[in-house]
Design a protein around this ligand. Sequence first.
Ligand SMILES: O=C[C@H](O)[C@H](O)[C@H](O)COP(=O)(O)O
Length: 222
Amino acid sequence: MTQDELKALVGQAAIAYVQPGSIVGVGTGSTVNHFIDALGRMPVRVAGAVSSSVQSTARLKALGIPVLEANDVTRLGVYVDGADEIDAHGCMIKGGGAALTREKICADLADKFVCIADESKRVDVLGRFPLPVEVIAIAVAQIMRRFAAMGGQPSVRANVLTDNGHPIIDVRGLSITDPEALEREINQWPGVVSVGIFARHRADVCLLGTSSGVQTLTYDRD
Ligand SMILES: O=C[C@H](O)[C@H](O)[C@H](O)COP(=O)(O)O
């Protein structure tokens, strides 16, 4: 199977977690695009979606699925999103598509985070994928110095501003053995909007697309 076929497989499989008539949280990316298409094929559809990006909003609306603002809901039963990497505890790196801040807001609203990913995303230690960090523009230089001091190689993502109008720093060369601690630390730096480590808001379930089918991985909360 191709990587895109694996993404389509898990996008469809995530529908099992979606209650018809409910409001669902929708992530961003090429895997989630398959999930959105599957939402459009539900015999009884969702009542609406809270979207994590302009891109997903456009795709949802094109299928006639109403999109609500995060401010308009108090909770989401389920949030479905992809990942750039996921470890054995459900901690993830996200933000390869620059949507990390809105994704974390949606994850925070959700009772259950269902991660959909092809098997290439499963890692033992996070950090092979460059860590995305959304920052306020005037703090870029200082935040890059902080990452360099901890052994990372930061660079500003060229020609990209997030949906919130901020630049992204991508940090290569980090071996993230304690995702929770690093997320907490980076969150405290002035000028950081969001860091793409999702440890506090880790996945509850990962539907992993493999050549032998969908593997369902579940993670315990401490
Ligand atoms: O900002 C983007 C998101 O975090 C995506 O969920 C992540 O980059 C995975 O995207 P894809 O499904 O395209 O690999």
